[in-house]
Design a protein around this ligand. Structure first.
Ligand SMILES: [Ca+2]
Ligand SMILES: [Ca+2]
Length: 561
């Protein structure tokens, strides 16, 4: 896979100049620099924006019906037009900078099945990206390799990392247009019953999803359907030669998982993806994750060597896993019933936290204290978690009806651990859509129109932006030591001293609008010039307190620099 240097089109250049001040503001703070940082500190302090590319922004209506896929699925179960060009447009507009985003996680962009299936929730296409047909091609409904390159390059220019969503457990469903993978590549039964390790791993997640034989070490041939496809596309010889080189270099047998590892890591080597979000991580052997991570690390190092001007810093390749049901109270050991597995010891730097939505409904200080303690001195010291209030697969999110989108933002973005903003959390995008079945409810088209109307949606976004930028400027928020200073109204501090990084913040809640006097004793010495990131109001610590007049009840204090 050949590569080009970064290309800066005139349009990008104009957008960059327009954004100059904003980008500078987001990047100049010494505390946000990741150079030499402890990866766990960086990622627990980070904000990840997770979006379904097909549902986020349509940048090119010309690709909406690519591959002849019709818009004839059940409600919100066809391709809806969103694409890589749309994500690039929002990057250029500075949308992610405005939210303090450190990394974008894209749903898988590889070529999906061409047909559709009905799993009991209506006719469904692979708009979500988890139904792979060819791991080596970009789905034409989402764009081209050039679009992908432009997106990753633009993100990097904004100091934003990009995660690729890596699926290794299963292929897409078989349809009249999508041939089955050979039997030596996949199993089509039994269905997983989730009673123990074997009934979670060596089985099909759902009846329609052929399970890749990731445990197999015996060599298999390239599927005839792929040979035929690549021949038609004029790249069979090149793909074969690359596979030969990969197997010669690694010494791995030509077993199914190693083909997939080669294909998945090629995207890192060619485009410079900074990390993976690994799909269905508990449904294939954990040793496979370790192998994937090793090869991805090599690929990332190769990319850095080939693109010295685009390297952001020394932060290593990041791998975050979807171990469904994992939460910090489990420590490092995920329990399958008959066996526990430490995924952090098998390639994962971080795991998605499926407990946050429930923990966030309880007392805030309990949540903050528990997470900060686990991450700083408890079982999770040295690793990262990623919290969320809503997600694409979670039918019982923190606030299904979006009754309190401001409170959701406060909880998520001020919690210890990484924060995942699921696209539209910041605009109270509805998570239920009349007439829609199952998970498609969670995947509605981004409600930009609500934002254009302003009003409450704009207020919600303003709140998320202030918190997101505060979080980005202050790694202490997600990765610092937590201290409760006052129970009611709630005041706490976060202090981070790690690898030469010194950062401290103080947050006061429920202060009411108007004049307020907040104790800062023990956090900021008298005479310290402070700024409230929520209102922009400044002041000085005197007699262990700061007196401010702001229009808000929430105060986000840090030292003025
Ligand atoms: Ca489109
Ligand atoms: Ca499996």
């Amino acid at each position: 896979m050949a590569d080009d240097a970064a290309r800066l089109t005139p349009r990008h250049a104009v957008a960059l100049i327009a954004l100059g001040a904003l980008v500078l503001a987001a990047r100049i703070h010494p505390a946000v620099r990741a150079e030499g940082a402890d990866p766990a500190v960086f990622w627990n302090g980070a904000t990840v924006y997770f979006l379904l590319t097909d549902r986020f922004q349509n940048g090119d209506p010309g690709n909406d019906r690519a591959l002849g896929r019709a818009h004839d699925g059940a409600l919100l179960r066809s391709f809806e037009g969103g694409d890589l060009a749309g994500v690039l447009r929002k990057l250029d507009e500075g949308y992610f900078d405005s939210l303090g985003v450190d990394a974008i996680w894209l749903t898988p962009f590889v070529e999906q099945i061409h047909g559709s299936v009905d799993e009991g929730t209506g006719k469904t296409y692979g708009y979500h990206g988890y139904w792979t047909r060819d791991w080596t091609a970009v789905d034409p409904a989402l764009g081209t390799k050039d679009d992908l390159r432009a997106l990753v390059d633009a993100a990097h220019r904004h100091g934003i990392r990009v995660f690729m969503d890596a699926v290794i457990n299963h292929t897409g469903p078989v349809t009249p247009q999508d041939p089955a993978w050979p039997d030596d590549w996949v199993r089509t039964g039994p269905n997983c019953t989730y009673r123990d390790y074997a009934t979670t791993v060596d089985c099909t997640l759902v009846a329609t999803l052929p399970d890749v034989r990731t445990e197999r070490d015996d060599p298999v041939d390239l599927p005839a359907a792929l040979i035929e496809k690549w021949q038609r596309e004029g790249r069979l010889n090149r793909e074969r030669a690359e596979l030969d080189a990969f197997f010669a270099r690694t010494g791995y047998p030509r077993a199914p998982r190693y083909y997939l590892i080669k294909w998945l890591t090629d995207w890192v080597r060619e485009f410079g993806f900074d990390g993976y979000r690994v799909d269905t991580a508990k449904h294939f052997g954990e040793t496979v994750s370790g192998e994937l991570k090793r090869e991805a690390g090599r690929a990332f190092a190769d990319w850095k060597r080939a693109h010295p001007a685009q390297v952001q810093d020394s932060l290593p390749f990041y791998m975050m896993g979807e171990v469904y049901g994992y939460e910090p109270s489990q420590g490092r050991a995920y329990d399958f019933g008959d066996r526990t597995v430490d995924f952090f010891a098998n390639g994962y730097d971080g795991l998605i936290n499926f407990g946050f939505k429930r923990d966030a409904a309880g007392p805030l200080d309990d949540l903050f204290t528990r997470y900060a303690t686990a991450l700083r001195s408890g079982a999770l010291r040295g690793v990262a978690i990623l919290n969320y209030v809503s997600s694409h697969d979670d039918g019982s999110p923190y606030d299904l009806n979006r009754t309190d989108p401001m409170g959701a933002g406060t909880r998520l973005l001020l919690a210890s651990g990484g924060a995942q903003i699921y696209y539209g959390d910041e605009l109270a995008r509805p998570l239920t859509v009349a007439g829609t079945q199952g998970d498609a409810n969670l995947r509605s088209v981004m409600n930009w129109a609500d934002l254009e109307r302003g009003g409450r949606t704009a207020d919600i976004l303003r709140h998320w932006r202030k918190l997101g930028r505060f979080r980005r400027a202050h790694p202490a928020v997600g990765a610092g030591e937590h201290h409760r200073l006052q129970a009611q109204p709630y005041i706490f501090s976060r202090i981070l001293d790690a690898n030469g990084l010194h950062d401290r913040v103080l947050v006061a809640m429920d202060q009411g609008a108007g004049a307020k006097s907040i104790p800062v004793f023990g956090v900021f010495p008298d005479g310290t010039e402070l700024v409230d990131a929520y209102s922009g109001v400044r002041g000085k610590a005197r007699h262990g307190r700061i007196t401010l007049t702001t229009g808000f009840g929430l105060v986000l204090l840090s030292e003025r620099r």
